[in-house]
Design a protein around this ligand. Structure first.
Ligand SMILES: Cc1cc2nc3c(=O)[nH]c(=O)nc-3n(C[C@H](O)[C@H](O)[C@H](O)COP(=O)(O)O)c2cc1C
Length: 147
């Protein structure tokens, strides 16, 4: 059975809800998920990560994700990690989905491997962001299971 860490960045609950839906779907595909609402690197034992985050401020990470991002910034080699990012943002901001984009960039700089390009969900377009994420999920799940 595959095992992964779901890392949530959310202030008002939308990204958290999407992450919970993804976790439920992944579990039904026999992929065991540890869901982190207050992510801490020391609790992420699996090398496979799914980051689900919204964006705040001028392209900032949600507050609950900031300590985790600081922990990542302090790492020198994250080549053992493979990951994907789902971003939930609002395209009326110039900094559309910047937390997702910058999170992906940071992990790649540290040597981690992106399994798929970041999925960017626009709350202006998508009435139900979880539906878009669930449509994307099978591709991610196949990669995780196959490797
Ligand atoms: C104060 C504020 C600032 C925001 N800044 C951005 C931003 O810079 N870029 C973006 O893509 N979305 C931005 N958003 C939109 C949120 O990311 C979006 O509403 C998201 O669904 C919130 O998710 P959450 O409920 O998980 O926190 C902002 C929303 C608020 C309320």
């Amino acid at each position: 059975m595959s095992n992964l860490e779901i890392i949530i960045g959310s202030q008002m609950g939308s990204a958290e809800y999407v992450a919970e839906q993804l976790a439920e779907d992944l579990e039904s595909r026999s992929i065991s998920c540890n869901v982190h609402e207050q992510p801490d690197l020391s609790n992420c034992k699996s090398d496979t990560w799914l980051i689900v985050t919204s964006t705040y401020g001028a392209g900032d990470y949600p507050e609950n994700l900031l300590p985790f991002i600081s922990q990542l910034q302090a790492q020198t080699d994250m080549s053992r990690i493979r990951f994907a990012v789902v971003g939930i943002g609002d395209s009326s901001y110039d900094t559309y989905n910047h937390a997702a984009i910058n999170g992906e960039k940071l992990l790649i700089e540290k040597g981690a491997k992106a399994l798929l390009p970041t999925l960017k969900i626009d709350v202006l377009d998508e009435a139900l962001p979880e539906d878009t994420a669930l449509e994307w999920l099978p591709e991610f799940s196949e990669i995780v299971t196959a490797s």
